[in-house]
Write a protein that binds this ligand. Structure first.
Ligand code: PGA
Length: 260
């Protein structure tokens, strides 16, 4: 795993945007895997700025989001579709028929999840997947003990996740208890993964993910097996990494190699 440690949230977001924008420029009809939560908001702001000021073109891009709350309609203010529309889609020139967020209202969840997987396949697979990380180590909503080979399905959220996400709802009882999420196996098939984490609250789980054993108890740790995963962290989230200095050294050396 490549580990990039940036000074702060802004620098983390800019670095991530640089990598996503490179993919979009090199392959204008690329398939982006997107994430919700507070972590990628800065990335989406920067992509919006690049679109408005530099003409970064999303007209042929297609997107697939990782997850959606079960039971919430796309126009519910806490739904992930709504989040994506408000934080990215409405600010850039992506045709809305090119965006895919799991439908939280489907009756036949199993058939729908198989269909979501099929749509990703039909699109040619995901070129770059943006990931946040939950306090319990989840990627997507793959809570601890999720199969590391899992596919898109319905998951029961942990009490911790419900609590963490209650900050966006009026009361904790309003937080959905289930979500449709891409599986760990689905995420592992994406060509490149971009794991973002900021803040001291994520320091422990980031250390477990990057330097701990690969375990279904911290589903993000499986990214150690991904052939092209970049973790972009701020100083606080990187604070508990034992090999922090080495990761910074690698980045300096790589820069030197490409400059020379
Ligand atoms: P956060 O959530 O970005 O709001 O911290 C991350 C996650 O739960 O995946």
């Amino acid at each position: 795993m490549r580990v990039i440690i940036t000074n702060d949230y802004d620098a983390m977001s800019k670095k991530a945007a640089e990598i996503v924008a490179k993919t979009v420029m090199e392959k204008p009809d690329c398939v982006l895997g997107l994430a919700t939560g507070s972590t990628p908001i800065g990335l989406y702001k920067e992509l919006t700025r690049m679109h408005k000021e530099q003409g970064l073109d999303f007209s042929k891009v297609r997107t697939f989001n990782l997850d959606e709350y079960h039971g919430l309609a796309p126009d519910h203010p806490q739904s992930y579709y709504y989040f994506m529309y408000e934080n990215l889609f409405k600010h850039i020139n992506i045709p809305l028929q090119n965006v895919n967020v799991p439908n939280g209202l489907v009756k036949d969840v199993k058939a729908y999840c198989a269909h979501y997987e099929e749509m990703i396949k039909q699109a040619g697979g995901i070129d770059i997947q943006v990931l946040g990380i939950g306090g319990d180590g989840h990627i997507g909503f793959n809570e601890p003990s999720s199969s590391l080979g899992s596919r898109t399905r319905l998951k029961t959220l942990t009490e911790q996740t419900v609590k963490d996400n209650s900050r966006f709802f009026k009361k904790i009882e309003d937080v959905p208890k289930f979500a449709i999420t891409m599986g760990v196996g689905t995420i592992m098939e994406t060509r490149k993964c971009l794991l973002l984490a900021n803040g001291a609250k994520k320091a422990k789980v980031v250390a477990q993910t990057v330097e701990g054993p690969i375990t279904a108890q911290v589903t993000a740790s499986v990214l150690q097996l991904h052939p092209d995963c970049v973790a972009i962290l701020d100083q606080e989230a990187a604070a508990k990494l034992e090999r922090k200095d080495y990761y910074a050294y690698v980045e300096r050396m790589t820069h030197q190699l490409t400059v020379e």
